[in-house]
Design a protein around this ligand. Sequence first.
Ligand SMILES: Cc1cc2nc3c(=O)[nH]c(=O)nc-3n(C[C@H](O)[C@H](O)[C@H](O)COP(=O)(O)OP(=O)(O)OC[C@H]3O[C@@H](n4cnc5c(N)ncnc54)[C@H](O)[C@@H]3O)c2cc1C
Length: 427
Amino acid sequence: MTLTRRQFNSRVGQAAAAAAVFGISAPALGNSKAKVVVIGGGAGGATAAKYIAKDSADKIEVTLIEPAKTYVTCFHSNLVLGGVKTIESISHSYDKLAGNYGIKLVHQKATSIDKAARRVTLADGATIDYDALVLSPGIDLKYDSVPGWGQEHEEAMPHAWKAGPQTLLLKSKLDAVPDGGLIVMLAPPNPYRCPPGPYERVSMMAHTLKRAGKGKCKIVVLDPKEKFSKQALFQEGWDKHYPGMVEWFSKDLYEAIKSVDPKTNTVNTGFETYANAALVNVIPAQMAGAIARDSGLANETGFCPIDAETMQSKLDPNIYIVGDACIPGDMPKSAYAANSQAKVAAAAVRGRFADAKTFPPRFQNICWSMLDDDDAVKVGGRYAPKEGKIASVEDFVSKPGEDASVRKMTQTENMGWYEGITADIFL
Ligand SMILES: Cc1cc2nc3c(=O)[nH]c(=O)nc-3n(C[C@H](O)[C@H](O)[C@H](O)COP(=O)(O)OP(=O)(O)OC[C@H]3O[C@@H](n4cnc5c(N)ncnc54)[C@H](O)[C@@H]3O)c2cc1C
């Protein structure tokens, strides 16, 4: 059928009017492929890019914007501290993801999003238009949340809450701790990525120290929370494997972090001064990555509200937000959760632009934590949308006092999960 200019203009007008009424975009007429742009090539973004591109190559063009050429997973970075894994074994390239699914890779930082024009601007000034955008920029650290500590001190007192050079720095400082040395960890307030992460880190630090014959070291954890994920299991594990090496204090026992001095490795609380520590690990408060906050997609919590059915932003239906940057209801901020949310977002996007059949969303999470060789514990659950949020349907957690064979099996699952999820994300 040949359209006259008048018919063509009329149809463009109808499409634009429909888009305006429903507040959502339609692919530009004359362009048969919808353009989906993904910002952030981590656990959430890379999964979304793959599952949108997979099976919809003829209908959707996917562009993944990620500055790094290699993604170093935070998950299992504590095992690098523990000497169980190497940094190479947790580093992943995007080559296969791009090659296998025809995803366009742009190795740049996205600097802004024009929501009205549906346009992303990159660090070099170039722009990319989208019909739908998936955002998974992870977290930013609140550098002003610990008195006396800031970005300029992350070499002296590393956080290692973004994996890569910080992980190696923390590992080298850990290896240099003398026997009898004091390590102070400042644990983060809720909400933060990986609820059991700080405590798995304590276990892996103690593991390294003990193996190096430095069993007289002490790890003091100053925690602004009253309790923490898998607490009974971690504390049982510390008593069993690292007796006398770990002391955990909740805020009612130390009052507050009054100041830290990165020059002298000193931490002052209301009750105690920890002077000349051999190592201070500051894990500060967290918020959604800057691109999400600067684009007006976060609320007063610093994280982004989403529609639990589709992972669409509650503030812009053309943008889907997954992973640590979103407000995930009862789910934790984890790689498993980000991967699960990304698949829900991908299904919604494919339903919208590739006529794919959609199903009621289901979410899943399991977080394993290694305590010692052949000893790991897990917590997890299934989730579904309920009353406007992602709500827990069923949960489970390892039990204190479990048989060694159960714990060994849990650690085998942990190692297998890592291989499985990284293949699911990057291959
Ligand atoms: C020590 C530690 C241990 C952990 N262990 C586990 C575990 O055992 N199991 C588990 O499930 N989870 C674990 N996690 C949590 C897990 O790493 C995160 O929840 C997960 O990585 C979140 O995925 P994401 O996609 O939201 O963010 P990320 O994986 O951080 O990815 C965000 C990506 O966005 C990119 N980006 C940011 N801004 C921009 C921009 N403006 N333009 C372009 N790109 C941008 C970044 O470069 C980054 O690659 C752990 C975390 C830590 C810190």
